[in-house]
Structure formats: structure tokens, C-alpha cells
Design a protein around this ligand. Structure first.
Ligand code: ZN
Length: 612
């Protein structure tokens, strides 16, 4: 398929085989409407169970069964409405459907808001006794134990009500920052050496910091960070306000630190976070080796922070049609075994995927799933290498959904965020190694190795640096020291200089870069970014093991990995990964990811050597 044919403008012109089949959810819009009305009618049934959950195992079962059944039906309604709307966001009718599904979801959560408090009011011994009495409660064990685990951090009903009201105000810092950085900040316009004028908002900055012309890059960094500097005090105040909210939650819910409070909901040990930071510091020599290689490949006399985003290797032109991309993905994932690739192949055939961009379609890519039906994935496939990567990535999420939905009851079919990006980035890793094995020339090989290497650099090091910065300013606030734009910039500059070896003259980090923190929205997400790094660590380590094993004709690691995907949320994230062979409380997975980074650099150096 040619590029022109891929860029079909109108949805109606795209062949069905490249569109997802939403009729698998509801045969018609009318069927959706009657399902929604039926669910609406059933909501009042929930109230009949109120006050009865603790009476007997049968009562507990009846209440939980009803709640989870309605939840399952609701999520099916929502996925249909959202997907219809994403096909063309301009259409009014799907937007209305989406809105009425959201209203129903609000009504559902109001109708079930008493369930957790009622379970919490029970003696844990009583809950365990009921669980032991009634085997049919088995699927709800995780939900019940999860509810009880929160007991020490749950307040009285009246206090919870105040906490919920306060929660509305707690978002102010992030909201003000969002409006300032997305809309109101007067971003500068600069003229590039090509004569082109560009307004440097965050999206344009992300694009133009990759400019091959060094003088242009300098201009881009100076102008963008200069604009941020003007708002350094304001941005400091918005971040300080978000941190105050995190500390408020920490104190009222009786946690020792903000980090502990944030990691509690997924039951991730604080040690995992600290381990990541320690591992990265130990591995800074690998980052410094990367920086030296970058300096050499870009032919620079000295490397500066402004030189970090130019792609290591100029892009080689690789083009793929959707059918070819599917075939390559299936071949690349072969180390996962025939059962995996056959199921995914069937999914491709039976229209899980909405491939092509069209007018009005939502941008980006995602995978979602409906229990009892199948996964759905939305792409905007343009035929470039990164689109192929996206297909492999989203297929990783979809197969995770497929396997866990197939093996788990609804109550444990959803998987935790901490493992979700392992399944997707694992597939990206298999894809890039498959492409490397089949690359016909050094230019392609260098491009792929450069892509792999840059991905590891930004995820392992940059995201962990963010995580360390985030921990640092929370601890500063916990000590009662004020957070200001000025001291946040100083903290950021000092840390960046340690990472990039400024003092050792490995990479120069200028004063002007100190305000980089100010435009990063993730610092408002309450200890979220570290998961980008841990997911990459886990998936790189797992994929290495599975690839090595496949070469030796063995399958033990692969089987353990597939078992983890099928386990949904029947265990905690850390235990799921441990079962798959990666213990995130140790350095072993990180060392394996660093070994991959070093092996990639060995390979690049080997090619550069013989190119001479
Ligand atoms: Zn993803």
C-alpha cells in the first residue's frame, strides 16, 4: 500500500478490514440504548443489600456479585460510547452517548459508595471466616483483602466526607499549572536558520530541540527556558501547592512520608523506589559512556545538554503497509510461542484494530478491552517505523487483556498499572531485535540501535532523574522547608549536573537549563513517573531472558511470563513480576537492562569501527 492510500481522509472510504468492529459490543445503537436503560433500572437493587453484607456468606456474595455484574455491564457501555466518539470526535450523537454513560457511572459510584465502608466496619476475622465458608466468594478475595488493607488509612465517614471535599481543592495547583503552560504563558517566537518562524510552546519545543543545526538548537533552548524563567516563581507556587496537598493526604491518612502514601494504593514497597534511584546512580558510568558515544557520533568537540535530543542516527526511510506491519509483528513476537501469536493473528483478522487515520478521528493510540468480548485497539497508522512500534506496543496491551480476561473472573481481570507497560514495552523490545536480525545494511542497523539506545537513555535515566527530583522536593517540604521556584531550579540544576557529569566535563549543563522542571506536568501526578523506568527495566530484563532462552530452544521463562499476563490482578504487581522472574526489590533486573544498553553500544561501536 502506498503512503497516499494509507492517508485516507474519510472514514467511509476505509475498507472494513482496517476498522474495528464495534458490533461485537452491541449490534446497533438501539441495542446500546436499551442495555443502558436496563442497567439504569437495576441500580436501585444495590440499596437492598445495604446493611446485609456481614450477615452471612450468602449475603456477602449476593451483594458483591450484583455490584461486579453491574460494573462489568457499565464498562461495556462506556467502551462502546467512547470508541464511537473516538471514530469522529466532531459527531454530536456519540458525544451525547458518552456523556450519558458518564452520568450513569457517577450514579453507579454513588449507589455503591457504602460498600467499602460496610466491609471496613466488619471485623477482618469475620470477613476471613465468610471467605472460608463460601467457595463462590473466591473471585472476590482480592477485593475484600484490598479493602481491609486500607483500614489503617481510612477515616470515619464524616472525616472521609471532608477529605473528599478537600480533594476538589487539592487539584488546584496542577490545574493552574496546566492552564498556564498549555494556554496562557506567552511563549516566544524565534526565527530558525531556514528562515522559518516558530512559536515555542511545549509541543514545539519537544520537536525543535531535535534540530540538527546546533545554532538553532541553542536558540530554541535559550528562548524556551528563558520564557519559563519569567514564570519561575509562579510555577514554583503551583508546584508547592500540589505538594502541600500530597502532604495533607499523607498526614490525615497516617502515612510516614508522601512517598509511602503515594505507593500505598498499588502496594508497591518504598524499597522498590529507593532501589531504582540507587541502581541508577551506580550505573551513571553507562550513561556517561552513552554521552561520549553521542559526542563522537554527532562529531562535536564538546557535548552540551542542548545536544541530547538530536536523533543519534538520521532516520532511514522504512515504510510499511498495515498488512505488512501485522505480518512483521506476528513474526517478531514468535519467541512468545504459537498460542500467543495465533491468538493475536486471529484478533487482527477479526477486527480488534482501528488502523488508519481519518478526518475527525481521535489522535494517538490506545488499547482497551471489554470482559467477555475482546480487546479493541485504536491506532493512527501512517506506515513509518514508529507506527510499527506502536502496533507492537498496543498489541502487547491487547494480548495482556486477552489472556487475563480469558483466565480470570471479572473481579481480578484488570491488571495493575505497574505491570501494564511491561507487556507493551516487552513487545517493542522483541520487535526491535527482530528488525535488527533482519536488517540488510549498516545504515538500517545503526538507525535501529540508535532508537533502542535513545529509548533506554530517556526512560532509564531521564525518568529516574525526574523521580529523584520529585522525591527530593517532597522531602524538602516534609522537613518544613518552603518550596520556591528559585530553590526548585537550584535543586534541578544540581541534580542534572550530577547525572550528566557536568563537573567531569562529560556533558555541559548550562545555568539556563535550571527551569526545565517547570514545564513537566508529571510532577503533579504524585510519584507516577518512576513507573516508566521500572516498566522498562522489567520488560527489558524479561525480554532478554525470553530471547536468550528461545535461542536455546527452552520455554520456562516465557511460560512464566505468559502466566503473569494471565494472572490479571489476582496478585500484587510486585508479586506478579516476581513470579515471572524479575524481583523489583533487587538490582538484578536493572543490571540486565544496563547490560542491554551496553551491548547496544558495543554493537554501534563495532559498526562504526568497520565503517571507517
Ligand atoms: Zn502503553
Amino acid at each position: 500500500m502506498t503512503t497516499a492510500a494509507i492517508a485516507a481522509a474519510q472514514r467511509a472510504d476505509i475498507p472494513d478490514k482496517y476498522k474495528w468492529n464495534l458490533a461485537d459490543l452491541y449490534p446497533s445503537e438501539a441495542a446500546w440504548t436499551s442495555a443502558k436503560e436496563a442497567l439504569q433500572k437495576r441500580l436501585p437493587e444495590l440499596a437492598k443489600h445495604r446493611g446485609h453484607l456481614g450477615k452471612s456468606a450468602k449475603d456477602l456474595l449476593a451483594g458483591l456479585q450484583l455490584m461486579f455484574d453491574l460494573d462489568r455491564d457499565l464498562s461495556r457501555l462506556m467502551v462502546y460510547a467512547n470508541s464511537r466518539s473516538d471514530e469522529d470526535v466532531r459527531e454530536a450523537r456519540p458525544r451525547e452517548m458518552k456523556q450519558s454513560a458518564e452520568e450513569l457511572a457517577t450514579a453507579f459510584s454513588a449507589a455503591t459508595s457504602w460498600v467499602r465502608p460496610e466491609i471496613l466496619a466488619m471485623d477482618p476475622a469475620r470477613v476471613h471466616k465468610l471467605l472460608a465458608e463460601e467457595p463462590k466468594l473466591g473471585p472476590y478475595r482480592v477485593y475484600l483483602e484490598e479493602t481491609l488493607r486500607r483500614k489503617a488509612h481510612t477515616l470515619t465517614a464524616a472525616e472521609e466526607k471532608i477529605a473528599a471535599e478537600a480533594g476538589e481543592m487539592e487539584r488546584a495547583g496542577g490545574e493552574v499549572h496546566g492552564i498556564l503552560s498549555n494556554a496562557d504563558l506567552p511563549y516566544p517566537t524565534i526565527k530558525l536558520s531556514t528562515g522559518e518562524s516558530v512559536r515555542l510552546d511545549p509541543a514545539a519545543f519537544t520537536l525543535y530541540r531535535q534540530d540538527r543545526d546546533r545554532a538553532d538548537r541553542d536558540k530554541v533552548f535559550a528562548a524556551f527556558f528563558g520564557a519559563l524563567k519569567t514564570y519561575e516563581r509562579t510555577m514554583g507556587a503551583t508546584l508547592a501547592s500540589a505538594v502541600k496537598a500530597h502532604l495533607f493526604e499523607m498526614r490525615i491518612r497516617h502515612f510516614g512520608t508522601a512517598l509511602e502514601a503515594a505507593l500505598f494504593s498499588d502496594n508497591i514497597p518504598v524499597a522498590v523506589y529507593k532501589q531504582l534511584l540507587a541502581d541508577v546512580h551506580r550505573s551513571l558510568p553507562t550513561l556517561h559512556r552513552y554521552l561520549a558515544l553521542r559526542k563522537r557520533m554527532l562529531g562535536l568537540g564538546e557535548l552540551r545538554y542542548q545536544d541530547l535530543y538530536v536523533p543519534l542516527v538520521a532516520s532511514v526511510d522504512m515504510r510499511f503497509g498495515p498488512d505488512e506491519a501485522r505480518a512483521i509483528t506476528l513474526e517478531a513476537l514468535a519467541p512468545l510461542g504459537a498460542a500467543y501469536t495465533e491468538a493475536l493473528g486471529k484478533g487482527f483478522e477479526s477486527r480488534w484494530t482501528d488502523y488508519l487515520p481519518s478526518t475527525g478521528k481521535r489522535s494517538g493510540a490506545y488499547s482497551t478491552g471489554v470482559y467477555g468480548v475482546h480487546p479493541f485497539q485504536l491506532l493512527n497508522f501512517n506506515g513509518r517505523y514508529e507506527d510499527l512500534t506502536t502496533l507492537a506496543h498496543e498489541s502487547g496491551h491487547s494480548m495482556h487483556t486477552f489472556l487475563s480476561h480469558g483466565a480470570q473472573p471479572y473481579a481480578t481481570a484488570d491488571y495493575p498499572i505497574f505491570v501494564a507497560e511491561v507487556a507493551s514495552t516487552f513487545n517493542e523490545n522483541l520487535l526491535i531485535h527482530y528488525m535488527l536480525d533482519h536488517a540488510k545494511d549498516d545504515a538500517t542497523r545503526l538507525f535501529l540501535l540508535g532508537t533502542l539506545l535513545d529509548g533506554l537513555r530517556t526512560t532509564l535515566f531521564r525518568q529516574t532523574q525526574f523521580a529523584e527530583f520529585e522525591l527530593g522536593f517532597h522531602e524538602q517540604a516534609e522537613r518544613g522547608e518552603p518550596l520556591t521556584g528559585e530553590n526548585l531550579s537550584k535543586r534541578y540544576l544540581d541534580l542534572t549536573r550530577v547525572y550528566y557529569g557536568h563537573a567531569q566535563k562529560i556533558c555541559q549543563v548550562d545555568e539556563v537549563l535550571a527551569t526545565e522542571w517547570a514545564y513537566v506536568p508529571h510532577f503533579y501526578y504524585n510519584f507516577y513517573v518512576y513507573q516508566y523506568a521500572t516498566s522498562m527495566v522489567a520488560s527489558t530484563s524479561l525480554a532478554r531472558a525470553v530471547r536468550d532462552e528461545a535461542k536455546a530452544g527452552k520455554t520456562a521463562r516465557r511460560d512464566a511470563y505468559l502466566k503473569m499476563l494471565a494472572a490479571g490482578s489476582s496478585k500484587y504487581a510486585i508479586d506478579l513480576l516476581k513470579d515471572a522472574g524479575v524481583d523489583m526489590t533487587t538490582s538484578a533486573p536493572f543490571d540486565s537492562a544496563i547490560a542491554e544498553m551496553n551491548a547496544t553500544m558495543d554493537e554501534i561501536e563495532r559498526i562504526l569501527q568497520h565503517k571507517k
